[in-house]
Design a protein around this ligand. Structure first.
Ligand SMILES: Cc1cc2nc3c(=O)[nH]c(=O)nc-3n(C[C@H](O)[C@H](O)[C@H](O)COP(=O)(O)OP(=O)(O)OC[C@H]3O[C@@H](n4cnc5c(N)ncnc54)[C@H](O)[C@@H]3O)c2cc1C
Length: 563
C-alpha cells in the first residue's frame, strides 16, 4: 500500500499572466471517501474530472484527525466501501473498530487500486466556485491560482472537516504548544512528562483523553457539556466474524441500507415502556457489555419518547457513578441536561475509568468557565490558573455547512450560498439547492449524513448523482436544478420530522449550537436512511420530481431525464 504522494502538478493551468481556464466535464472538491468514490464513478461515465483536495493526501477525516485514539465508531466491516465486491473481499481489517492509521491506509489503498490519484490536485483549496450563466458552467478557483471550468460541480467537502477553534481571550499569549484534534501533526506528538489540557469532551476528546493520559504527566480535562459514552469493547478482528460477513457481504450491505442509520445491528422494535424494569436492565446491560452504538437500538423509541429515553440515560448515568470513584467527578461527568443520543453518542475505550487515574483531573466549565488563556495555562472564572505545557483543543467542527461555505460558492445572479443560507441551510434532499444549477452536495444538510453510517450515505449520494448525470448526458440535458417549491417543502419536512423526535432538545452541533452566531436549525434528515433512499429513488424514477432541467434536447421536460 502506498501512502499519499505530494501534489504532482501537471501544469494544466498557466501560472502567470491571465490564466486560460482549463475545461473539465466535472470538478469534485474533496478527496475523502466521498470525493474518491465520486471520481471513480464519474470516470466510469467517461467524464474528464479534476479533484481538488486541501490536504497532501487522500482520506479526508482520516487524513486530518490523527489524534491519539482516533478510530471509527461504526464497526469496520460496515464502515467501508461496498461498491466493489473484490475490494470488500480482499481488504482485511485488523480490529473490530479500526484506528485512524488503518482507515487512512485503506483510503490510500482504494486510491491506488482504482488509480485515482492522477486526477487529484493535492494541497489545493478551492476558494471560489462561481456559476457562469452565459457559459452554463462553474468557474472554480483555488488558492494556488488554478482557474478551471466545468458544467458539473460536486462538493465532497465533508460534514466534519472545518475544524473549530474557540475564541478564547489570550490564546496567542500561551507559552506552550497548542493542537486541534482535527489538524493533528503528521509526526504525532510526544506528551511524555508534559502537563496537558484537553478542552472539549465530544467524541474526539473522549477518544483521545485515555490515550494521552497514559503518556502525559498530567491531563486536565476542561468540560463544558458532558457526553454520554458507551464502551467500544474494541478487540482484534475475529476471523470467524470476518468470514461470516464476507460470505454474505452483498446481502448484508443491502440490508444495512434499509436500516434507520445504515448500520446493521440488532434493533429491538419494542418500546422501552413495554418492558419491565428488570427486562430493561437486562437489555441495557447486555448491550453495554456488547459495546458500541447498538446500545441505542435497545428500544425503538429512545429518540422519540422522553420517558423511554430516560430509562437508557439513567442506566448510563448509573454506570458512570459505578465506574468513577470520586463522587463529585462522577456527577460532573453524568449528562443531565439533554436526552441520551440527541448529541452524537460517543463510543470509547476506558474513558470514564481514566478519571480514576491520579494524573487526570476534571474542570467543570459549567461551574467555573474559562476566563482566558495565560502564558502559563488556562485561567478559570474562580481565578485558578491551571498550569499546562500543551493545550489540545477537541472542540469539533463547524459541522455540515462550514466547509461548503468556505468554498466561496455563488450561483445564479451572483447569489452567494452564504447569503442564501444565512438563516440555516436549505436544500432539496441534501443533494442540491435552488439557484445553484449542476452543483451537487454529497451528504449535504437535509440528508441523513451525520446521523448514519456515513459510508452508506456517501455511496448512496454518489450513486444517485452519477446516475443522474448519466441520464442527463444521454438525454442531452445541460443543467439540473432543484425547484424552489421542492426545496421549501423538503426543508419543511426535514424540520417537521426532526421536531417529532427528542433531538432538538439538545444544544448540539446537529443544531449548529457549537458555533456562536450559527442559526439553530436541525441540519441532518432524521427520517432514516432506508426511507430517505426510497424517496430519492422514487423521485428519480418519477423523472426527477422537484428538479428542473434545461438543455437543447429537453427544455422544460422534467420527465425527459428519466429512463
Ligand atoms: C474523528 C472522526 C471520527 C469519525 N468516525 C466516524 C464513524 O465511525 N462512522 C461514520 O459513519 N462517520 C464517522 N465520521 C464522519 C466522517 O467524516 C465520515 O465518515 C467520512 O469520513 C466523511 O467523508 P467525506 O469524504 O464526506 O468528508 P471528509 O472525509 O471530511 O473529506 C472532505 C475533504 O474535503 C477537503 N476539502 C474541504 N473543503 C475543501 C476546499 N474548499 N478545497 C479543497 N479541499 C477541501 C478536506 O480537506 C477533506 O479532505 C467521523 C468523523 C470524525 C471527525
Amino acid at each position: 500500500m502506498t501512502q499519499a504522494q505530494p501534489n504532482r502538478r501537471a501544469g494544466d493551468t498557466p501560472r502567470s499572466g491571465a490564466p486560460e481556464a482549463a475545461a473539465f466535464d466535472a470538478v469534485v472538491v474533496g478527496a475523502g471517501f466521498a470525493g474518491l468514490y465520486m471520481l471513480h464513478r464519474l470516470r466510469g461515465l467517461g467524464l474528464s474530472v479534476r479533484v481538488f483536495e486541501a490536504g497532501e493526501g487522500v482520506g479526508g477525516t482520516w487524513y486530518w484527525n490523527r489524534y491519539p485514539g482516533a478510530r471509527c465508531d461504526v464497526e469496520s466491516m460496515q464502515y467501508s466501501y461496498s461498491f466493489s465486491e473484490e475490494l470488500q473481499q480482499e481488504w482485511q481489517w485488523s480490529e473490530r473498530f479500526s484506528g485512524q492509521p488503518e482507515i487512512l491506509r485503506y483510503a490510500n489503498h482504494v486510491a491506488d487500486r482504482f488509480d485515482l490519484r492522477r486526477d487529484i490536485r493535492f494541497e489545493t483549496s478551492v476558494t471560489a466556485t462561481t456559476w457562469d450563466e452565459a457559459a452554463q458552467h462553474w468557474i472554480v478557483e483555488t488558492d494556488r491560482g488554478d482557474r478551471i471550468t466545468a458544467p458539473l460541480c460536486v462538493m465532497a467537502t465533508g460534514c466534519l472537516s472545518a475544524a473549530r477553534m474557540p475564541g478564547i481571550p489570550g490564546l496567542e499569549s500561551f507559552g506552550g504548544d497548542t493542537y486541534h484534534t482535527g489538524h493533528w501533526p503528521h509526526g504525532g506528538v510526544d506528551f511524555t512528562g508534559r502537563r496537558v489540557a484537553v478542552v472539549g469532551t465530544g467524541s474526539s476528546g473522549i477518544q483521545s483523553i485515555p490515550v494521552i493520559a497514559e503518556q502525559a504527566a498530567h491531563v486536565t480535562v476542561f468540560q463544558r457539556t458532558p457526553n454520554f459514552s458507551i464502551p467500544a469493547r474494541n478487540k482484534p478482528m475475529d476471523e470467524g466474524y470476518e468470514t461470516l460477513w464476507k460470505s454474505d457481504y452483498r446481502a448484508r450491505r443491502l440490508k444495512a441500507r434499509t436500516m434507520r442509520n445504515g448500520i446493521l445491528y440488532n434493533l429491538n422494535d419494542m418500546s422501552a415502556m413495554e418492558a419491565s424494569e428488570a427486562e430493561r436492565r437486562h437489555e441495557y446491560e447486555t448491550r453495554w457489555q456488547g459495546g458500541g452504538l447498538a446500545f441505542m437500538a435497545a428500544y425503538s423509541d429512545l429518540a422519540l419518547n422522553a420517558d423511554s429515553n430516560r430509562t437508557a440515560a439513567d442506566f448510563v448515568r448509573g454506570k458512570i457513578r459505578a465506574i468513577v470513584r470520586d463522587a463529585a467527578t462522577a456527577e460532573a461527568l453524568a449528562p443531565t441536561t439533554y436526552p441520551i443520543g440527541t448529541k452524537r453518542i460517543c463510543v470509547d475505550s476506558d474513558y470514564y475509568d481514566t478519571f480514576n487515574r491520579d494524573n487526570v483531573s476534571l474542570v467543570d466549565l459549567r461551574a467555573t468557565p474559562i476566563e482566558e488563556v495565560t502564558p502559563a495555562g488556562i485561567m478559570t472564572a474562580d481565578g485558578t490558573v491551571h498550569e499546562v505545557d500543551s493545550i489540545v483543543f477537541a472542540t469539533g467542527f463547524d459541522a455540515m455547512t462550514g466547509a461548503l461555505l468556505k468554498a466561496g460558492i455563488s450561483g445564479r445572479a451572483g447569489v452567494r450560498l452564504a447569503d442564501k443560507w444565512e438563516a440555516g441551510p436549505r436544500t432539496y434532499l441534501g443533494l442540491m439547492t435552488a439557484g445553484f444549477p449542476n452543483l451537487f452536495t454529497i451528504t449535504g444538510p437535509g440528508s441523513p449524513s451525520v446521523l448514519s453510517n456515513m459510508m452508506v450515505s456517501i455511496e448512496q449520494h454518489v450513486d444517485w448523482i452519477a446516475d443522474c448525470i448519466a441520464r442527463m448526458r444521454s438525454r442531452g440535458v445541460r443543467t439540473i436544478e432543484a425547484t424552489q417549491e421542492a426545496e421549501d417543502s423538503w426543508v419543511e419536512h426535514v424540520n417537521e420530522v426532526a421536531h417529532r423526535t427528542l433531538y432538538p432538545r439538545a444544544a448540539s452541533w446537529y443544531m449548529g449550537a457549537n458555533i456562536p452566531g450559527k442559526p439553530r436549525v436541525f441540519m441532518p434528515y432524521i427520517g432514516g436512511v432506508g426511507v430517505y433512499r426510497e424517496s430519492c429513488d422514487e423521485i428519480a424514477a418519477k423523472g426527477y420530481e422537484g428538479f428542473r432541467f434545461s438543455g437543447a434536447a429537453v427544455a422544460n421536460e422534467t420527465s425527459a431525464a428519466a429512463e
